[in-house]
Design a protein around this ligand. Structure first.
Ligand SMILES: *Cc1c(COP(=O)(O)O)cnc(C)c1O
Length: 350
């Protein structure tokens, strides 16, 4: 859910954008994103008009080649997306396959120690199962092995603690429609200095996904092609809201409290938690003996409440409740009351 201010901008005319005014908005966006990501000095941000899968693809295309050997953490649909991208772009890779909900232990990761890996791809919150991976522990492993470290923080950015400089991530990806709580359509790639160098020297066979071109344009607060101007203005308002309310740590604490409140309120309901290592952004739940997708449909059609179904092979077994954006503890109560009503009606089984 978006804030009122962000929604109001959605109703305005979209201005022409090759102007000093729009460049100022973009440069302010960059400054705040770098600050909130705790990016090391010399980092750059580029704003891509695509969903975050486009940015995942751009990063794979611009940062790796057939001479790399990349380790991919595959614990759910988003980890698997990185595997597919490596396949499509013919990047040599190996996979650490985790069961749904399973966390990545140090023991498991260090099975791959000292094996000439050059890159690592991970989704810090694997949003399909709500598993939070330890960005610091993985960062140490990457540092030790001289590995180029890519963090998909699409749903973790501003929901879970993440310190790009401290964990040593080279790349961080996020998107407009997760904690930024804006409409979908814009995705952001933060490049630490080592990634900036790598991207500048890349020979990527793509016009739209050429990150060197995006970096060059961003020096003056512009993009190579027409961006989603309206959404970038909404992101600007939202970033300033977050700043005014105490910055990244305050927003992370707010999301964490929203998640804790919900998890506490559903303790006695007949759902199993999916994640061994829960991220703050979302709670995936497994209802016992009931179709998870039906719960999504009934809440939407009969109660006017939107939760999030799962895709792929978790479609009928897992649904997810989000804790990001303009939500309150009151909203949690409304949802829990609806679920209790469904229990009473026999739509959810004990
Ligand atoms: C939402 C999300 C994405 C991107 O999804 P799009 O539909 O392409 O915006 C990527 N990775 C993670 C971890 C996500 O949560």
């Amino acid at each position: 859910m978006s804030s009122d201010e962000v929604r109001a901008i959605g109703g305005e005319q979209v201005p022409y954008f090759r102007t000093p005014e729009f460049s100022a908005v973009m440069l302010e966006n960059e400054k705040l994103i770098l600050k909130f990501a705790k990016a090391p000095s010399g980092s750059k941000a580029v704003f891509m008009t695509n969903s975050s899968t486009g940015s995942m693809e751009a990063v794979v295309m611009n940062c790796f080649t057939s001479t790399d050997k990349v380790l991919v953490i595959d614990g759910g649909s988003f980890g698997h997306r990185f595997v597919e991208l490596c396949e499509i772009h013919e990047i040599p890779h190996e996979i650490i396959k985790l069961n749904h909900g399973q966390k990545l232990t140090k023991e498991r990761l260090y099975e791959y120690d000292g094996q000439d890996f050059t890159g690592l791809l991970v989704n810090i919150d694997e949003t399909s199962t709500g598993v939070l991976y330890d960005s610091e522990m993985i960062g140490e492993f990457c540092k030790k092995n001289g590995i180029f470290y890519v963090c998909d923080c699409v749903s973790a950015f501003l929901a879970d603690p993440f310190d790009m400089a401290h964990c040593g991530a080279d790349v961080m990806i996020t998107g407009s429609q997760k904690v930024l709580a804006c409409p979908p359509g814009v995705s952001i790639i933060v490049l630490a200095p080592r990634a900036v160098e790598r991207v500048k020297n890349a020979k990527v066979k793509s016009m739209y996904f050429n990150l060197a071109d995006a970096l060059k344009n961003m020096e003056r607060g512009q993009t190579p092609f027409t961006p989603a101007v309206g959404i970038l203005r909404q992101i600007n308002a939202r970033l300033k809201e977050i700043k005014k309310e105490g910055g990244a740590d305050a927003e992370i604490a707010r999301v964490a409290a929203q998640a804790a409140d919900f998890r506490n309120k559903i303790k006695d309901l007949p759902f199993e938690f999916v994640s061994e290592s829960p991220a703050n952004g979302v709670t995936p739940l497994h209802p016992i003996n009931v179709d998870a997708y039906r719960i999504f449909e009934i809440l939407k059609d009969e109660y006017g409440i939107w939760i999030c179904p799962n895709g792929g092979d978790m479609k009928n077994t897992v649904f997810r409740v989000g804790h990001i954006g303009n939500l309150t503890h009151e909203d949690n109560t409304t949802l829990v009351n609806a679920i209790k009503d469904m229990l009473k009606r026999g739509l959810i089984l004990r």
